[in-house]
Design a protein around this ligand. Structure first.
Ligand code: SAM
Length: 200
């Protein structure tokens, strides 16, 4: 398969409020914990989460930033994420299909988790360049994807991370991988967490 996953697929799966098992599966809770632990700052200014689904990761990111934009192409996912984060006035959940729609301004953190493989390679390459342009000079982009290929996705998680590494034009500043997932952090500025804290 090479074309992007059709929007109708997401309309269908969101007949279920938690189609990926984010609320119940230890696999998903562990993956969120790995992603959140990898972030190089305790707190960020402006954050963008792309493909927020029902808002489970969104709710945790909300505790680490001043402003959070969460976007998803599915109206139902947007409604679920809005409900999940209603206690956080600084979270803005919007329906948007990327890269057709693109937010204004730059972000201190962009979270690109479990969404890249729904795009075709040309669109993802185009999107990677725009993502880099949407990062602040000291910003970080974290990408995280399931590695096993699956029928609804034109790209595998491995394809996504190889493509991002080439197309973002950023340095890879941290990473984690196991048999199931790959997580990579990309930034312009490779100053380490310890260096920022004056420890080295
Ligand atoms: C597997 S969920 C990821 C949820 C969350 N980011 C996480 O890692 O826990 C992927 C979501 O991306 C959304 N999505 C897929 N392609 C998209 C696109 N081109 N623009 C915006 N959202 C998209 C889907 O509707 C779906 O809700």
């Amino acid at each position: 398969m090479s074309a992007a996953t059709p929007d109708a697929y997401f309309d269908t799966i969101y007949a279920d409020d938690d189609p990926f098992g984010y609320r119940e599966r230890w696999y998903e809770a562990r993956k969120r914990a790995l992603l959140l632990a990898s972030l190089p700052a305790k707190r960020f200014g402006r954050v963008w989460e792309i493909g927020c689904s029902n808002g489970e990761l969104t709710a945790e990111l909300a505790t680490r930033c001043d402003r959070l934009l969460a976007t998803d192409l599915s109206a139902r996912a947007v409604a679920l994420a809005t409900g999940r984060t209603r206690m956080h006035a600084h979270v803005d959940v919007q329906q948007a299909r990327h890269p057709d729609t693109w937010p204004e301004g730059r972000f201190d953190l962009i979270v690109f988790s479990e969404v890249g493989y729904y795009l075709d390679a040309d669109t993802l390459t185009h999107m990677a360049r725009r993502l880099t342009a949407s990062l602040q000079g000291d910003g970080v982009l974290v990408a995280c994807h399931w590695l096993a290929p699956f029928a609804q996705a034109p790209l595998s998680g491995g394809d996504v991370h190889r493509l991002l590494r080439r197309a973002l034009g950023l340095q890879r500043v941290f990473g984690y991988a196991d048999a199931d997932i790959r997580l990579d952090g990309f930034a312009v500025d490779a100053t380490s967490v310890a260096q920022r804290a004056g420890l080295r």
